[in-house]
Design a protein around this ligand. Sequence first.
Ligand SMILES: [Zn+2]
Length: 427
Amino acid sequence: MPKGKSVFARVPSQTGRQLPRAPARQQLLKRHNLALVLRQIAASRKLSRAQLALCTGLTKATVSTLVDALMEGGLVVESDPERGLIGRPGSPLSLNPQGPAGLGIEINVDYVSTCVVDLTGAVRQRRLLAGDNRLLRPEVVLQRAARAASHLWTEAEASGLNVSGLGVGVPGLVDFDGVLHRAPNLLKWQGIPVAELLSDMLGRPLRSVYCDNEANLAALGELWFGQRDDLRDFVFVSGEIGVGAGIVIGGELFRGVRGLGGELGHVTVDPMGPACSCGARGCLETVAGQEALLEATGLPLKAGTAISGPGGSVAELLDRALAGEQAAVIAIEKAGRALGIALSAFLNVLDLPTVVLGGFYAELAPWLVSPVTSELADRVVNHSWSSTEVVVSSLGADATVRGAAGISLRRIIDDPAAWFGDVLTKT
Ligand SMILES: [Zn+2]
């Protein structure tokens, strides 16, 4: 896990739970300090107990008591002191890679992706199923996803992990209760409590379940596990068959008042353009979505093409662009201009300094960045004194499923006392 990234990023709540506002009592103080110490360990890596006391302002005795509790709860491990250091080096503390793990599932239009991530952020298991989910009933797709996830869960357990939470990303509008209300590219999916159904199908105990829009989870994946430590305010653009946006402001996901925002793919870029799956005309997806782009270059619309690697149509599109084929380059640049136009509307309203290109847009970035940047320069009014940075996702097609798997782990790091409930009576 990159240094300094995850610990201060708060996980969005679907329960609306708020910490009490009453004066801090002893147990609340211990709960706060426990989280403070764990966040510092997660952010800094290899701090000793003495260094932790210096960083947090707590006494060495208090730090030791809290660290003992975190170790007893399986969240932290203490290694032997490093050799060769002058004086008496302390024993470095780190998150326990064999502690709790998160299960992530991404159900998208043409694939299902699953993975298990451990407490350090490392991907321990991953599985991918390509297939056009538009042709299948929701319960059939959910069963496929549950079987794949169950297989991974068994593998994770065999390697000593304790899968404790489930996160699910879907390509549609998800409310704060985790109900998928509408997915423009999966027309049969309406009013479906996706995470709850998957949890029932898995039939194993889970401490938390969470469902959100795939672009929102991709943005969190980039925030927590991406290579850039300084990304705190950005819009993550998820390019798949649909096009979504996850907005992060001040290191926190912005989901809108009802959790239904971020539908960048349905921003109008041409009012007289082609009909869109949402019922409107000329949405961004009809010009810059994966299938629109493949159609423009005469490539077949294979399922899972953006993530299945060699042999997929996106790989073929990439090869053609690399070979300098005019039709491919022109189609990608046209998509880039449309993306820039739609994004300029977002950025004029939200004033965000960075755009992260994700999904298959990350692969096409060498041809997309220039037209996107050019449109933003022409259309974002603050550009002349505060230009917008356009960068490429470091997680590629895995951003959503890693963000989904990370949700339950962030909750543990943010509030470890809730993970092992009786610790407050011991410390
Ligand atoms: Zn639309």
